[in-house]
Design a protein around this ligand. Structure first.
Ligand SMILES: Cc1ncc(COP(=O)(O)O)c(C=O)c1O
Length: 564
């Protein structure tokens, strides 16, 4: 507990004393709750017998629980009839006041700052049983206010024992989901403003900051001026929107009118066998049947085999099917392979198909001019998705969807109910017509905060640091006997396997899982396994905000220890 207190920066006062109750999630066994209930009951009878109303009693309890320093004497005084509450007091009863927010907000910021600054001191992940937390959580919601302190207390327990720490320097799993604290502040501001972009008029700055910051990202990524961006929640959503737009482009808006029964030539979507699972889902949700989704083979570098793509398209055309969309992935999830966008664009153009580029991960790398050759031809695409909520550093969620023909997108997505019409509609961007959601939050503030705070050069510097660390790591692995790097290291992910002589097939898989479990068991690194050509390997994804060369060196030591 002392450690938690110092992590929270609340030296000199225990969490219990601050919160006013013991650290236990369950109401039933909570002595404090019972005492509190008794206390409240006693007061209820005092009040009922006296002059105060039950309403004032509720107000007292609320005051006491929101601020435990409010003593019983204070609440009793407040309950006297000549201390009648005015309207502003009643309002305070029903929501957190700005003054309370100020006090607790400081505690929250302290909590986050302490959590981040002490990240390296705790294990990156810990063993927790499924349901282990659930059974400790109260079965029913509290009928009476418990105060925000209860939430912070819950979080101590949650963060301490039931989370993997994604912002930890030893986090090497999935792809980084960096939440730079500047973006976290932007997120707070967005929530604090609490505005909704239903129309331009409903929150003019929301639209205009988003417009401008998407254009900043476009410039930073070296994209041509005709690209227009919009912020969505995830790449999965963006890819679904892209495929709906593709469907409507190919059918001249026929599918929207008549549904997928439109015309007699089924529409086909093409993506490589290493495309992210969100593409399959997007295609299904956009109305393409499983039979209409082609899985194109990959070459030795695990990039889409353009020869096979051309053959699939030709074969489909011969059978009377219509190529509708091709999804090129730049930075695949398993190995960060880059599909050859230029060559794919050629085929898309020749066949009148929409080209969508899934650059969810690798889009961040494009702020580095030296990486841009990896997506050469991207300006020939129709849509692109980039996730600043991955490597770039915007706290989840923030996915930028770029389109070249925004008029087409708006035509596909537009709704126009009378209650949303404004006098400005012809002159402004209406972002609800660029995607699925009507209500849009001020997400742009996160991206805006990150870019303004750091500027492009510092962001570039961090990404270059990660690329150099990945190269260093790959060199160590390649040079070590029995270790193998399994795919070209294009960015910051290194796919590795330890292959002792004579071990293959299932035995090799068991060996891989064994050493990975051993490393995870130390709590000092976390990676994700994945299958490559039917066999398990381990992805080492370097690029958390705090990951320096020393952490990668330590990882390499741990890996060798685990197989020794
Ligand atoms: C290449 C690629 N596309 C799409 C996604 C899905 O991203 P999101 O979680 O934003 O939907 C991922 C996630 O890692 C990815 O790697």
């Amino acid at each position: 507990m002392a450690a938690i207190c110092s992590m929270l920066g609340w030296d000199g006062c225990s969490a219990e004393s601050l919160m006013g109750r013991p650290r236990d999630f369950t109401h039933e066994n909570d002595a404090f709750t019972q005492a509190e209930t008794r206390e409240c009951a006693e007061q209820r009878s005092t009040i009922a017998n006296g002059e105060a109303s039950l309403r004032t009693y509720a107000q007292m309890c609320c005051l006491r629980t929101v601020d435990p320093t409010v003593g019983l004497d204070d609440t009793l005084i407040a309950a006297q009839p000549n201390h009648c509450m005015d309207n502003s007091d009643q309002k305070n009863l029903l929501s957190m006041t700005p003054e309370e927010f100020r006090r607790l907000g400081h505690a929250v910021v302290d909590w986050i700052a302490d959590y981040r600054s002490s990240a390296a001191e705790r294990p990156v992940s810990q063993a927790t049983d499924p349901g282990g937390l659930l059974e400790r959580l109260p079965m029913s919601p509290p009928a009476q206010p418990e105060g925000f302190e209860a939430v912070l207390r819950d979080l101590d327990e949650i963060a301490e024992r039931h989370l993997v720490h994604w912002q930890h320097p030893n986090f090497f799993a999935y792809f980084p989901s960096n939440g730079d604290l500047s973006a976290v502040l932007g997120d707070m501001l967005s929530a604090g403003l609490g505005v909704l972009g239903l129309t331009w008029e409903s929150a003019p700055a929301l639209t205009e900051v988003e417009d401008r910051v998407c254009d900043w990202l476009r410039q930073m990524s070296g994209l041509a001026p005709e690209w227009q961006g919009v912020i969505q929640d995830t790449a999965s959503t963006c890819s679904m929107i892209a495929l709906v737009a593709a469907r409507e482009a190919t059918t001249r808006y026929g599918a929207a009118r008549d549904g997928m029964q439109h015309g007699d030539a089924p529409l086909v979507v093409y993506a490589s066998e290493d495309a992210h699972s969100s593409i399959q889902k997007a295609a299904t949700l956009a109305g393409f049947g499983a039979d209409q989704i082609r899985s194109v083979e990959v070459d030795d570098c695990r990039a889409m085999d353009v020869g096979h793509l051309a053959a699939c398209v030709e074969e489909d055309a011969r059978r009377g099917l219509r190529p509708c969309a091709i999804v090129a992935t730049t930075g695949t999830t398993t190995t960060t392979a880059f599909d050859p966008v230029d060559a794919i664009a050629e085929i898309a153009e020749r066949n009148g198909a929409w080209l969508h580029v899934d650059a969810a991960m690798a889009g961040s790398a494009m702020i580095l001019p030296e990486c841009r050759d990896l997506w050469r031809g991207v300006n020939r695409a129709d849509s692109i998705v980039v996730n600043p909520h991955k490597w770039l550093g915007v706290s989840f969620d923030c996915s930028v969807f770029f389109v070249r023909d925004d008029e087409h997108l708006v035509r596909v997505m537009r709704t126009d109910p009378s209650y949303l019409r404004t006098a400005f509609d012809q002159r402004v961007k209406t972002y609800r017509d660029w995607g699925v959601a009507l209500g849009r939050r001020f997400r742009a503030l996160k991206l805006w905060s990150l870019i303004r705070t750091h500027g492009t050069e510092r962001l570039q510097q961090r990404l270059r640091r990660d690329l150099a660390n990945a190269r260093w790591f790959a060199e160590q692995v390649e040079a070590a006997p029995q270790w193998r790097v399994l795919a070209p290291v294009q960015l910051q992910t290194v796919c590795i396997r330890h292959e002792p002589e004579g071990l293959e097939g299932d035995a090799l898989d068991r060996h891989t899982k064994r050493w990975l479990d051993a490393v995870h068991g130390t709590g000092r690194a976390w990676m994700t396994p994945a299958k490559l050509d039917g066999r398990w390997m381990v992805r080492v994804s370097i690029g958390a905000l705090e990951t320096e060369r020393a952490h990668v060196q330590e990882l390499w030591r741990l890996l060798r220890e685990a197989v020794a």
